[in-house]
Ligand binder design. Structure first.
Ligand code: ARG
Length: 595
């Protein structure tokens, strides 16, 4: 391993099983059917292992195109049989069978499965990364609003967005992790005027002036609504800020910094990295972007506003408001132009609650009308919407006092302190240093919050419950982290070094539960491929959970330490640990070697 690390980066990348099977299927389609065999193989893992490992489902489709033509085939089943006879000899397929009207079932050779696992041990999990058709992508996520609260919705966006970015990065695509913070609304006029009024010496006290920015926001809003004179001043302030007045800019920066520091506390706890390019950044680009749309001839006047009509929506996307000002959509149009033309990204993913679906649908359709985006293919934009977080009462999640939405840092701190208590109850404070205990509490606590969010299909609402997410027995991060640490401890207890085991032997799969675990492991790449192309992190959670179940089955039926198969089985434990660790990494969870 040491030697590998020092060697120049090897660009080995293995195909997924699906790809390998597709290759041989394609060859056989050609041999069997000539021109008619020119179809994309439909290869999928079998849901029921009694049939086989994989299924190839093309015979029925091919039959519907050749039916009635001069061929040797009388039904789809015959096509399937002929295809299986013509499979090229690769040593990778052990047996094939045809079921029902023409499903081809394939059983892989155990030697092949073991070979893939031994490659993993030798070259590392990066060689298993799926290949995506892009080089550079943007994940636009988290994106809270300055001076307003960062709420649970932003937490979901942060957790889901980070996981998607991790997966795309794993596929060796450069990812710009973009925090599109709301730092340019009209609320700043009011905030700045209130700052001047309350803290005449605001320039000297700077960031220290305000304390709680959300409370400050509420106070200034009260003032704004109650006092006409103040309101007029605030509106003037927006104009001054947007025209670049130095004093107003300086005040704006102070306000932004206070929020930024608060957001950062959440990102630090979650170990999520983001690069801020807020709405204000795109402000100078808006007029040009709008001019380009005007030149394309897709802008219309409607009710005094300048708008773009798109298919499927009665109301248009507003590019310029009636008062001549810009809005959320104007900024997103300019941002999209910038991302496509300056940053030259090929894939842009926006992670927000499902409530913004209409906005993004209109934005993307407008960009297609403008021919900024092709009708199909890349560059491509996608909105990743997610549902609400609910409290135990089934309503939108709030603090226990019912006073407003939860402060995110407090929520994360509670997850950590509850985990710490549980670890102390298990006596870990006697065995570990305070630092190790703290690190474990963070891994478990924050991991639990992340996993509870990611394991659901993101579009459904989910109920936030500390009890559930910290349960050691359910489908939780805690359970999975223990499962991982247990595998590490099995390896440690053997007293063998993995490097030596690799030198002295290799994985050989004999017992059915051993083979089932091995097959499941080598399916990791295609699970990531599915999760990343469908933008569904829950697919990966499900895989991780099933993997640990598969491991338990293997470990229950196969003796590892002290058995004649010890070397192979310890290596299989190691391969499982490698894949689990990568799952955790993609989910944004830090696994522990001991727990
Ligand atoms: N700031 C917005 C909100 O809190 C989310 C921004 C999402 N990104 C975007 N490019 N519109 O709802």
């Amino acid at each position: 391993m040491q030697d590998n690390a020092a060697a120049p980066a090897l660009e080995i990348r293995f195909d997924t099983i699906r790809q390998e099977l597709s290759k041989i299927a394609r060859e056989s389609f050609q041999t069997t059917l000539g021109e008619w065999g020119n179809v994309e193989p439909a290869v999928a893992a079998c849901a029921n292992p009694n049939f086989g490992d994989y299924q190839i489902n093309n015979a029925m489709g091919i039959w519907s195109t050749i039916k009635g033509k001069e061929t040797e085939f009388r039904n789809p089943r015959e096509i399937a049989q002929s295809i299986t006879r013509n499979f090229p000899q690769t040593g990778f397929v052990e047996t094939t069978s045809v079921a029902g009207p023409g499903f081809i079932n394939v059983k892989l050779s155990s030697v092949y499965i073991a070979k893939r696992l031994n490659e993993l041990l030798l070259h590392g999990i990066d060689t298993w990364a799926p290949v995506l058709p892009v080089k550079r992508a943007i994940v636009d996520f988290s994106s809270p609003n300055i001076a307003k609260e960062m709420h649970v919705g932003h937490l979901r966006s942060t957790i889901i967005g980070d996981c998607l970015a991790n997966m795309i990065e794993y596929c060796k695509v450069e990812v710009l992790r973009r925090n599109h913070v709301g730092d340019w609304g009209t609320q700043f006029g009011m905030l700045i005027e209130y700052l001047f009024e309350m803290f005449p010496n605001w320039e000297d006290i700077g960031d220290q002036a305000i304390g709680d920015l959300q409370a400050f926001y509420k106070e200034s809003k009260v003032r704004f609504d109650a006092d006409e004179e103040f309101k007029a001043k605030a509106q003037q302030a927006v104009v001054k800020l947007q025209s670049g007045d130095a004093k107003y800019r300086a005040a704006w920066k102070i306000l932004c910094n206070i929020s930024r520091n608060e957001f950062q506390q959440v990102y630090d706890r979650l170990k999520v990295s983001l690069e801020e390019k807020g709405e204000s950044f795109y402000n100078p680009y808006i007029p040009d972007a709008i001019q380009i749309l005007r030149d394309k001839g897709i802008l219309e006047e409607s009710d005094g506003a300048t708008v773009i009509f798109v298919d499927g929506h009665k109301i248009p996307l507003i590019a310029i408001k009636r008062d001549g000002g810009f809005n959320y959509a104007s900024t997103d149009l300019a941002a999209l132009w910038y991302r496509l033309n300056v940053e030259k990204v090929e894939w842009i993913i926006y992670v927000t609650d499902v409530g913004q679906h209409q906005h993004f649908d209109m934005l993307f359709k407008a960009a297609k009308r403008a021919e900024w985006l092709p009708k199909e293919g890349y560059p491509r934009t996608q909105h990743v919407g997610f549902g609400l977080v609910l409290g135990a009462d089934g309503k939108r999640f709030r603090t226990r006092q019912g006073t407003g939405l939860v402060r995110l840092v407090d929520l994360l701190d509670e997850a950590k302190s509850r985990s710490k208590t549980a670890l102390i109850e298990r006596g870990r404070d006697d065995e570990w240093s305070p630092e190790d205990l703290d690190a474990a509490a963070e891994s478990v606590g924050y991991g639990a919050v992340k996993y509870a969010d990611l394991k659901n299909n993101r579009e459904t609402n989910y109920t936030f419950s500390f009890e559930q997410m910290l349960d050691v027995r359910g489908n939780t991060a805690v359970y999975l982290l223990y499962a991982y640490a247990r595998i590490r401890s099995i390896i440690r207890k053997s007293g063998k070094s993995i490097d030596e085991l690799k030198e002295n032997g290799a994985i050989v799969l004999t017992h059915p539960d051993e083979r089932a675990l091995g097959l499941f492991l080598i399916q990791f790449s295609e699970v990531v491929e599915d999760a990343v192309t469908r933008l569904l992190p829950n697919t990966l959670c499900e895989y991780l959970y099933n993997l640990s179940e598969n491991f338990t089955r293997f470990y229950t039926s196969c003796k590892v330490n002290g058995s004649p198969e010890e070397t192979s089985r310890l290596l299989l434990c190691e391969a499982t640990a490698i894949v689990m660790k990568q799952c955790f990494k993609l989910l944004g969870i830090t696994p522990l070697e001991r727990l």
